[in-house]
Design a protein around this ligand. Structure first.
Ligand code: HSE
Length: 437
């Protein structure tokens, strides 16, 4: 049987894993794909590393453009990441009529519309299972497995680095900086760890899921993004006392007014399965009308887990390479001429519940002043805890949970509360996601 020829760009962690798993499971993969999948050329800036990993099994080069221009290559696997040269390489590969498999979430979230349009024109596939939640087949689930459903919302722990940091801070009482160093040592973090801790990586991924779920274009520039770098360990403790865990969630939701697309630390009821996803693991909940809630859990990063997704795409592309493009699964789940123009809501219009922490004078009337401000903004209070002031202190922590309200209302209330003379410093605001039906 004639093999399908692959050119691999980037032989780092994921590229190395892809090479290893393709070799180890070659027989099994061939039985699934119907043809052997053969890497014919590997490009990497580090030629020595490429030679070492491939051990003479294929050609190696330090010129990635040689791979996308190589007439022998039918599928290009792009694993260098970033939105610079990777974009040029991908567009060149597509224009040369090659199918592409990629793990590049940043590139798809920012330039996916252009890339898929070009792929459509050139009648080639761009497969990207590895771009979201590593080894979890969430793209396939949302795009194909749930095709009967009207998807209502998706909420996911889709960044392993931040989940690892939050888990360690909670379990071991360690500081943010200590745990970040450990995450980098373990190889979970992006080349630029600010992408992880500031929520950008998760925003890339939820942008992609949002497009697939609702049949809308990629709109990364409209996503609200807030990371965990300013999260205080005190809030992790108080959340726990209230029966919640704090997780960095990527959320996208269909509402009558538009689509919510946001990443931020969120309090989730501790009894939810997803609240118990610890360490660098990823998990995604999808709420749909027919099947209800489904949960997908697994490793979101690492050499072989991500290679698992890359190779699944290679198998899909191999199976469908000879099919008429009209009969393939559409890149973004919906037929390209059926994309909706539902707008992404500005964060001010999002409706959710809130956790507030205030440092207040411990004297009569303080709570009354605060609750009056909330009532004026039509915000209903769900729970209040006042902590005893420490020995010799006159100020106490006041923690409040609100019922659902619009973000702009809570912001208006907070601005007024911060002006009260009895409130010290800034109010800490976190969002609460019940993740029920
Ligand atoms: N840096 C990402 C994470 C891994 O921490 O989950 C790949 O997307």
């Amino acid at each position: 049987m004639k093999p399908i020829n692959v050119g691999l760009i980037g032989i780092g962690t994921v590229g190395g894993g892809t090479f290893t798993v393709l070799k180890r499971n070659a027989e099994e993969i061939m039985r699934r794909a119907g043809r052997p999948i053969r890497i014919v050329v590997v490009a990497d800036k580090n030629l020595e590393l490429a030679q070492q990993v491939t051990a003479g099994a294929c050609r190696v080069t330090d010129d990635a453009f040689a791979v996308v221009n190589d007439p022998e290559v039918e599928i290009v696997v792009e694993l260098i990441g970033g939105t610079g040269v990777a974009k040029d390489l991908m567009l060149k590969a597509i224009r040369n009529g090659k199918h592409v498999v990629t793990a590049n979430k940043a590139l798809l979230a920012k330039y996916g519309n252009e890339i898929f349009q070009e792929a459509q024109k050139m009648r080639v596939m761009v497969a990207f299972e590895a771009a979201v939640a590593g080894g979890i087949p969430i793209i396939k689930a949302v795009r194909e497995g749930l095709a009967a459903n009207r998807i209502e919302w998706i909420a996911g722990i889709i960044n392993g680095t931040t989940n690892f940091i939050l888990s360690e801070m909670r379990d071991k009482g360690l500081s943010f900086d200590t745990v970040l160093k450990e995450a980098q040592r373990l190889g979970y973090a992006e080349a630029d760890p600010t992408f992880d801790i500031e929520g950008v990586d998760a925003a890339h991924k939820i942008t992609i899921l949002s497009a697939l779920a609702f049949g809308i274009p990629m709109q990364f520039d409209k996503a609200y993004v807030e990371g965990i770098s300013k999260l205080d360990a005190a809030d992790i403790r108080y959340a726990e006392q209230l029966g919640y865990r704090i997780k960095l969630l990527g959320i996208t939701k269909r509402t009558p007014e538009g689509i919510e697309l946001r990443v931020h630390p969120s309090l989730i009821p501790a009894r939810r399965l997803i609240a118990n996803v610890e360490g660098a693991m990823n998990a995604v909940v999808v709420q749909s009308d027919a099947v209800g809630s489904t949960l997908y859990y697994g490793k979101g990063a690492g050499a072989e887990p991500t290679a698992s997704a890359v190779i699944a795409d290679l198998v899909d592309v191999t199976r469908m390479a000879t099919a008429d493009p009209q009969n393939r699964v559409p890149h973004l789940a919906f037929q390209p001429n059926q994309l909706s123009d539902l707008k992404v809501l500005p964060m001010d219009e999002v409706v959710t519940s809130y956790y507030l922490r205030l440092r207040v004078q411990d004297k009569p009337g303080v709570l009354a002043d605060i609750t009056r401000i909330l009532a004026d903004e039509q915000i209903s209070i769900d729970a209040v805890i006042q902590k005893e002031p420490g020995e010799g202190e006159e100020q106490a922590d006041l923690i409040m949970l609100t019922h659902q309200t619009r973000e702009k209302r809570i912001n208006a209330a907070i601005a007024k509360i911060e002006k009260l003379g009895v409130v010290a410093g800034k109010v800490t605001k976190l969002r609460v996601e019940e993740l029920g039906k």
